[in-house]
Design a protein around this ligand. Structure first.
Ligand code: NAD
Length: 496
């Protein structure tokens, strides 16, 4: 069976003291194995990145950008192959995989502008004959640890900008769908990156713990679930590293009584069930304001969900694919069971979808649950499956209170025609990314991405302008060239 390996110092290797099966989630069959890096392998990758750093740091910014331009062209050239790899291991349908890749490429495009982004700040004559400027220098070797749900896009949030800034990189992707991530890193190598600048180690906690403790790693970017994000953040910080750790989510959409209900339903369908709900920005709770809005929403959703097709990534007419593992399928079904046991009504039940020819796949059908309340476990925890829960409230204030009280604060949306209500919402909601009639307000590549509360640990968001700051450290230089023959007197006062 093929073993998906590592990329270290420009070479693909399969050091595999331990391996793990990689499944096609539509068939339920193990199709490959992934090598799980031991400590020594991760240390080799770090050493390669460390050795490549001095020359890469001093490579002119324009030349670093040229590698990114070539990388972008290669990503576009190989888009179909990448989407197929994502489909085989993640299960998402090709149109969805293409969207993921496009959003990833946009981060490469942003990194192409690195010369402009790194210009720094300059002030002339801050004192008599004294000039001062701030420049942004790379950190050294930095690491990324990424989740299964966007094997192309989320790594591309990190390393193009880190590398364009002059750092070298060690990426530890998800071990559940590693092939597209490794292939994309090889394309970057092919784009002309010197050996050792970009390294990939596949693995699990053992590999991650090396990245968190090795003193050569200066910063860690993490995206994944909240318990792991918290662990990564506290461990990296305790070891003196800069860290940003993006975690899980529970994204609410408020449906106001004045909303265009047909539009809201269309938007909710894609945002709740697209990619099987396995998106950190998926809308998983619809908060309907007033019973009339709630009844209309539930009735229209029920009707609109009838033609939805769950199935294999190989059929592009499917709306969404399987979830990632058998264990995760059981977990999602367990949440639907628990909502029902807690007194909610399962209006559309996706617990036993029939997918002809794929009977052993990890499928969950689109599910709609009404009458959910904030005490229920299914409301409090992230389900990460194709499940939309409806909570009924009687005012916009109550809807906002619900969202503000939730431990997560990644994304949210309001469906309304009332501009005043929308403005009040965006001003006062305790969430990092807000949509006004936009269900998935994922920021474009030249803004930054991040949630609030327990959806992000750290100060700086991912990609965009924050990434330039995250992957560099500021140095401020103050300079005077005294005229020949002029001597300053001694002064013990603070310079002013
Ligand atoms: P995960 O937390 O299980 O894994 C993420 C990464 O951490 C993987 O590389 C994994 O190998 C590693 N890891 C897992 N357990 C570890 C441990 N005990 N110690 C050290 N490392 C460990 O997440 P996942 O299931 O791959 O991804 C889904 C989660 O990611 C969801 O919670 C989703 O909301 C979240 N997510 C968040 C964002 C965001 O931007 N906020 C984006 C995408 C996904």
């Amino acid at each position: 069976m093929t073993i998906v390996g590592h990329l270290i110092n420009g070479e693909v290797r399969t050091d595999a003291a331990r391996t793990q099966d990689v499944f096609n989630p539509a068939t339920g069959l193990a199709t490959k194995q992934v090598a799980l890096a031991a400590k020594e392998t991760v240390e080799e990758a770090i050493a390669a990145a460390q050795a490549a750093y001095p020359a890469w740091r001093n490579t002119p910014t324009g030349k670093r950008a040229q590698v990114m331009y070539r990388f972008k062209a290669l990503l576009e050239q190989h888009a179909d192959k990448i989407c197929e790899m994502i489909g085989d291991e993640h299960g998402k349908i090709s149109h969805d995989a293409a969207g993921e890749l496009q959003r990833g490429i946009e981060n490469v495009e942003y990194a192409c502008g690195i010369a402009e982004l790194l210009k720094g700040e300059h002030s002339r004559n801050v004192g008599p004959g004294i000039d001062s400027w701030s420049e942004f220098q790379p950190l050294g070797v930095v690491a990324g640890i990424t989740p299964f749900n966007f094997p192309a896009m989320v790594p591309l949030w990190m390393y193009p900008m880190a590398i364009a800034c002059g750092n070298t990189f060690v990426l530890k992707p998800s071990e559940r769908d590693p092939s597209s991530t490794l292939f994309i890193a090889q394309l970057l190598q092919e784009a002309g990156l010197p050996d050792g600048v970009m390294n990939v180690v596949n693995g699990d906690k053992e590999a991650v713990d090396v990245l968190l403790s090795d003193e050569r790693i200066k910063a860690v970017s993490f995206v994944g679930s909240t318990p792991i994000a918290e662990y990564i953040y506290s461990t990296a910080n305790a070891n003196g590293k800069r860290c940003q750790a993006l975690g899980g989510a529970k994204n609410h959409a408020i449906v106001m009584p004045d909303a265009d209900m047909d539009n809201a339903v269309n938007q909710l369908l894609g945002a709740a069930f697209g990619s099987s709900g396995e998106r950190c920005m998926a809308l998983s709770v619809a908060v309907a304001v007033g019973d009339a809005a709630a009844d209309a929403l539930v009735a229209k959703m029920k009707e609109a969900m009838k033609p939805l097709k769950v199935g294999s990534a190989t059929d592009s007419s499917n709306d969404f694919g399987p979830v990632i593992t058998r264990q995760h399928q059981q977990k999602v079904v367990g949440y639907i069971d628990s909502a029902e046991q807690d007194g909610a009504t399962v209006v559309v039940d996706g617990r036993n979808p029939q997918v002809e020819g794929f009977e052993d796949g990890f499928f969950v059908g689109a599910t709609l649950i009404d009458g959910v309340t904030s005490e229920m476990t299914s409301y409090q925890e992230e389900i990460f499956g194709p499940v939309l829960q409806v909570v009924r409230v009687d005012s916009m204030e109550a809807a906002m209170q619900l969202i503000n009280d939730h431990e997560y604060g990644n994304g949210t949306c309001i469906f309304t025609r009332d501009g005043e209500a929308a403005r009040y919402f965006s001003d006062n909601i305790e969430v990092g990314m807000v949509g006004i009639n936009v269900p998935l307000p994922v920021p474009v590549s030249y803004h930054s991405f991040g949630g609030w509360k327990r959806s992000l640990f750290g100060d700086l968001h991912a990609y965009g302008p924050d990434a330039v700051r995250f992957y560099t450290k500021r140095k401020t230089i103050t300079q005077r060239w005294p005229s020949s023959g002029v001597r300053e007197g001694v002064s013990f006062s603070f310079p002013s």
